[in-house]
Design a protein around this ligand. Structure first.
Ligand SMILES: *[C@@H]1O[C@H](CO)[C@@H](O)[C@H](O)[C@H]1NC(C)=O
Ligand SMILES: *[C@@H]1O[C@H](CO)[C@@H](O)[C@H](O)[C@H]1NC(C)=O
Ligand SMILES: *[C@@H]1O[C@H](CO)[C@@H](O)[C@H](O)[C@H]1NC(C)=O
Ligand SMILES: *[C@@H]1O[C@H](CO)[C@@H](O)[C@H](O)[C@H]1NC(C)=O
Ligand SMILES: *[C@@H]1O[C@H](CO)[C@@H](O)[C@H](O)[C@H]1NC(C)=O
Ligand SMILES: *[C@@H]1O[C@H](CO)[C@@H](O)[C@H](O)[C@H]1NC(C)=O
Length: 553
């Protein structure tokens, strides 16, 4: 009521003011928005809408209720709070409505930023493998262990995660179930067998907790980090591990608040402190990122954090402009590496090309990878649970420059055989020269619960696809042949799903998407390639809510 009166007052008073007194206008406007924002930030006003949502939720059948309720409870106030802080911010709103002259808000001129970044790109030719020997390193992603997993339970309970004692009896196997998250013992088998390979280091691209996202807490999620940190300690006591958490790290799932992330980051850095130096801990706290030089080499491991682009991180609705200053940090980090002749491995959870990564952020990283393509020798991601790769290309030249490798998941969720991979890389240039993909046949494993199962080499990349090397140009040319060769697209899909024969045909439309997703390095570019809109109407509106990058001056 008070709000309505104020709004009437604003437009009534301001409309009839003969002498335009900017200062008065500005102050009245801000008062209105202060009240409106205070109103919208009051949790009590959301009680009734939440009740309605809960009622709608209850109309769903059976098991979806707790999931639905959990999701509402965890997310509503984050969404409404972030939107209120963005759109009802008195300073911002009254500046946009031109009632106030200051502060000014300036949209980022991306073209200008990008031109500026790219203009200093050296014209040296792209590095190629030296042929002077290789080393190996491991990569696992999306572990999603379930500490409550139990064999002999129901795997189809109607919840996102089943196979727990309270889901009733069923057929879930001793080593895991394709419908559920991973028993801890199967992760132990994975790490044990990886540890028998001579690996210089491990890249771990995040997502450890189970998918029971409706029934988690901060301490529950942190406990998962601890469980896995302890296992790394056990199986890799002396191997450097470069780890970055994913969207399932913080609580609630996907949500990490740039204004207030220490509740998660501080304990996180404590749990992983064995593998982080003092500076890494510092930058994790200030930007959610870190870099560390791999001991005895010129290889710099640069971890960026895609919680800054995750379009389900509702906190970003308040301000999606370079969250935590990561893009600025990355630009400096890459420039410094180039300066000192280091080679960079860039890694994170969500691939830059993923539709889950906001366009603006992805475009900035894309440009930086172009600029520093002679310094970045590899990009490593996870998140989709699938075995996939996409090529980053020159912004203007369109030359293929770098490959975003996404490792398939360790978790079986959903329908995946547990996987880990080993890269072989050139000793001098650090370029990836081959990939050895290992998988566990879960069906076979569960037939013999008492026998520790073995991960088998599913394929080696060069041999499997009949390629001479893994240079971006080779992969681009290869992907382009799929349009005229269904067999090759199906071969890719076998690897992608981790189950040979999972898909038995891929027509022209299917192949177009498959090829476009390989040969372009951002979701926006892929959409242009396929000729389909990037988002539907609802999704488009939702994405628009994040707004363009805006700087306050
Ligand atoms: C952005 O910067 C470019 C290059 O400096 C300039 O040509 C262009 O007009 C600018 N765009 C806007 C919207 O200001
Ligand atoms: C939530 O998890 C607890 C154990 O942490 C369990 O006892 C409870 O049944 C779970 N609730 C649901 C709805 O799954
Ligand atoms: C920061 O997060 C903690 C834990 O979620 C919460 O208790 C606290 O109110 C938050 N602070 C701000 C300023 O949002
Ligand atoms: C996995 O094991 C099952 C059962 O032993 C077998 O039928 C199947 O062919 C195996 N799959 C692969 C890809 O080896
Ligand atoms: C399609 O690719 C497969 C696998 O590389 C190859 O054996 C076959 O000859 C190709 N077919 C055509 C028509 O090029
Ligand atoms: C959003 O955050 C960025 C980075 O912290 C900051 O520079 C910018 O001014 C903020 N935008 C607004 C509208 O406050």
């Amino acid at each position: 009521m008070r709000l309505l009166v104020l709004i009437c007052l604003l437009f009534g008073v301001l409309g009839s003011l003969e002498t335009k007194n900017k200062l008065v206008e500005c102050e009245v406007c801000r008062e209105v928005f202060r009240e409106a924002q205070k109103w919208a930030l009051d949790p009590n006003i959301w009680e009734y809408p939440i009740d309605i949502a809960v009622e709608i939720c209850k109309k769903f059948e059976g098991y979806t209720i707790p999931v639905c309720l959990g999701a509402i409870k965890e997310n509503v106030l984050i969404v409404t709070g972030s939107i209120a802080r963005h759109y009802l911010d008195p300073e911002w709103a009254c500046s946009m409505l031109e009632f106030c002259d200051s502060p000014k808000y300036v949209k980022e001129n991306f073209t200008e930023w990008q031109d500026n970044i790219l203009q200093s790109k050296p014209s040296a030719p792209a590095p190629t493998p030296s042929g002077q020997g290789t080393y190996k390193f491991g990569h696992i992603s999306d572990l999603h262990i379930d500490i409550y997993y139990q064999e002999g339970t129901n795997n189809n309970c109607g919840l996102p995660v089943c196979c727990r004692s309270w889901n009733g009896p069923g057929n879930s196997g001793y080593w895991g179930d394709l419908q559920c998250d991973l028993p801890v013992r199967t992760l132990e088998v994975t790490l044990d067998q990886m540890s028998q390979i001579d690996l210089d280091f491990l890249i771990v691209t995040g997502d450890i907790p189970a998918h029971d996202v409706w029934n988690q807490s901060l301490s529950y999620n942190l406990n998962y980090q601890q469980v896995v940190a302890d296992l790394f300690e056990k199986y890799f006591p002396t191997t450097p591990i470069y780890y970055m958490f994913g969207n399932h790290g913080p609580f609630p799932v996907n949500n990490l608040d740039p204004r207030n992330s220490s509740v998660f980051i501080d304990p996180f850095t404590q749990i992983w402190s064995n593998w982080l130096d003092a500076q890494a801990i510092e930058t994790l706290k200030s930007t959610w990122t870190y870099s560390m030089v791999h001991p005895g080499t010129n290889l710099k491991m640069v971890a960026i954090n895609t919680q800054a682009c995750n379009n389900d991180n509702f906190f970003l609705l308040e301000n999606a402009t370079d969250p935590m200053g990561q893009i600025q940090w990355l630009a400096k980090e890459l420039a410094a590496a180039e300066q000192s002749g280091q080679v960079v491995y860039l890694f994170s959870h969500i691939p830059i090309e993923s539709g889950d990564c906001l366009d603006d952020w992805a475009a900035h990283v894309n440009a930086l990878v172009d600029r520093y393509s002679n310094t970045i020798a590899g990009q490593f991601y996870g998140h989709t649970h699938k075995d996939q790769w996409s090529i980053t290309r020159g912004v203007k030249s369109l030359t293929p420059l770098s490959v975003q490798w996404a490792a398939p998941s360790v978790t079986t969720y959903q329908g995946m055989n547990p996987s880990f991979r080993v890269y072989e890389a050139d000793t001098v240039t650090k370029l990836v020269t081959d990939i050895h993909q290992y998988r566990l046949n879960l069906t076979a494993a569960n037939e013999n619960p008492s026998v520790t199962p073995t991960f088998e080499l599913a394929y080696s990349f060069l041999d499997y696809y009949g390629l001479p090397d893994l240079q971006p140009q080779t992969l681009l040319d290869f992907a382009n042949t799929w349009m005229a060769n269904e067999t090759r697209s199906l071969q890719y899909l076998d690897a992608y799903y981790g189950v040979p024969g999972a898909q038995t045909s891929c027509d022209q439309n299917c192949r177009l998407v498959l090829v476009c997703d390989r040969i372009w390095g951002t979701n926006a570019l892929q959409s242009i390639c396929t000729g389909t809109p990037e988002y539907g109407l609802i999704n488009g509106l939702y994405i628009a809510l994040f707004g363009p990058w805006v700087y306050k001056q």
